[in-house]
Write a protein that binds this ligand. Structure first.
Ligand SMILES: *Cc1c(COP(=O)(O)O)cnc(C)c1O
Length: 427
């Protein structure tokens, strides 16, 4: 497979990288393993465009896997970062910016009465799960197959084929004991969750869920599914944790709780909230968050937590979104236009707001991980490479969302639709 464009410098860099960095990349999916060929190395980015070291330009539908809702290098965000840098990169002491960002998050998502800033989504979910365990005094958690919550030990688990109750770690190096306290349900399947609660009565600390799943492609919750999770967690004395690392500030300023009307006890944010810098957050009910040290007994800390430069990027980004909520209408509309083009081409399309996925499955719906796994990976890889040749970069995996930013103009969206139509009609 592979592409026909010139990638000499990228290929040379990749060769060098592979000698020093496992797989040549600092996060596995960047290696293009699912689509053949080699990754391009980025030199710079601006608005909707990525430029590689060989001088190729790509219309970017990955947007750094979600953070880039405003497009790359938004002038106001860059300026805020530059100003912050000039004042010092890290202090390990509190700053006014952290208070401002905590207030902004709370203003957008009122359920987040208290919040802790951390440096990655992984850290946010790992910490929130610890808080849920500390608060409830219970050990087990329920997650869903195909939902990703970062790479912490206890969360790298999905269902072993067939038996939901038999948790098998997804990664080598995860102790079996960790996997054993992570129970895996089927997304959009109430019965699977009910069964897990019955078998583990009084032992479940939290249900952790992507309120709109975006890591097995986009899979929206069926009507009633999140309401059911809210109900059964309350009934069973467990907490509901919305992992909004993707959906937060993406489905709208209020994230999933505003979008769906269902309210969780704990929330995690990442990606957009850091405005392109390493920043994430977890928060929620005041009584629960009061368990966190130094107020309470759940320990969690970070040398670079609430880093002033990252906080500046987060504040600038949230302020732009709050000052111009029309952004959401625009990106949702563009995603809708793209969705229509994929539908016309015969693919199965899932969309929630500006999150969309075109699944290479012929027959019907994608409502859970098993459905998503039916996609034709070869057909996807061929499509990916042809789009890349045309200068359109979609995620190099069939299980990632397509992200639209405010920098993707209507004209660019139309051009993309034409490229999609041309590809699927064999032109
Ligand atoms: C990306 C992601 C994470 C992990 O965030 P990192 O910053 O990559 O550690 C956690 N949960 C969800 C839903 C994500 O999409």
């Amino acid at each position: 497979m592979g592409v026909t464009m010139k990638l000499d410098k990228s290929d040379q860099l990749f060769e060098k990288a592979r000698k020093r960095i496992p797989g040549g990349v600092n996060s596995p999916v960047r290696a293009f393993g699912a689509v053949g060929g080699h990754p391009f190395f980025v030199e710079r980015a601006e608005g909707p465009w990525l430029y590689d070291v060989d001088g190729n330009r790509y219309l970017d539908y990955v947007c750094s896997w979600g953070p880039g809702i405003l497009g790359h290098a938004h002038p106001q965000v860059v300026e805020a970062v530059q100003r912050a840098c000039a004042g010092g990169l890290t202090f390990g002491a509190p700053t006014a910016g952290e208070v401002e960002l905590a207030e902004l998050i709370g203003a957008c998502v009122p359920d987040v009465e208290m919040v802790r800033l951390v440096s990655s989504g992984t850290e946010a979910v790992m910490s929130a799960v610890r808080v849920a365990r500390g608060f409830t005094g219970r050990e087990k958690i329920i997650k869903f197959a195909g939902n990703y919550h970062g790479h912490s030990d206890g969360l790298l688990v999905k269902a072993g084929s067939g038996l939901m109750t038999q948790s098998v770690p997804d990664s080598a190096g995860v102790p079996e004991g960790y996997a054993a306290s992570t129970l895996t349900g089927v997304y959009n399947d109430e019965a699977s969750v009910r069964a897990l609660f019955e078998e583990n009565c009084g032992q479940v600390a939290a249900v952790v869920v992507e309120p709109v799943a975006a890591n097995m492609g986009v899979v929206p919750p069926k009507p009633g599914f999140l309401e059911f999770l809210r109900c059964i967690t309350k009934e069973q004395g467990a907490l509901l944790l919305f992992d909004e690392v993707v959906t937060g500030f993406r489905l709208g300023l209020g994230g999933a709780s505003a979008y769906t009307g269902v309210h969780a006890d704990l929330y995690t944010f990442g990606k957009i909230v850091g405005g392109g810098m390493p920043l994430a957050a977890y928060g929620g009910r005041r009584d629960i968050m009061s368990c966190v040290a130094p107020l309470g007994a759940v320990y969690q800390a970070g040398t670079l937590s609430g880093n002033p430069v990252a906080v500046a990027a987060g504040i600038a980004t949230l302020k732009i979104l709050m000052d111009d909520p029309g952004i959401y209408e625009r990106i949702d509309g563009r995603a809708q236009t793209l969705a229509a083009a994929f539908q016309k081409a015969g693919l199965t399309v899932n969309r929630a707001g500006s999150l969309i996925s075109a699944f290479f499955v012929q027959d019907g719906k994608v409502e859970n991980y098993e459905d998503a796994c039916r996609c034709d990976r070869k057909a996807f890889a061929a499509y990916f490479n042809r789009m890349l040749e045309r200068g359109i970069y979609v995620a190099p995996s069939p299980f990632e969302a397509m992200f639209v930013s405010d920098a993707h103009s209507d004209e660019l969206i139309e051009e993309t639709c034409e490229a999609v139509a041309a590809y699927f009609s064999g032109i």
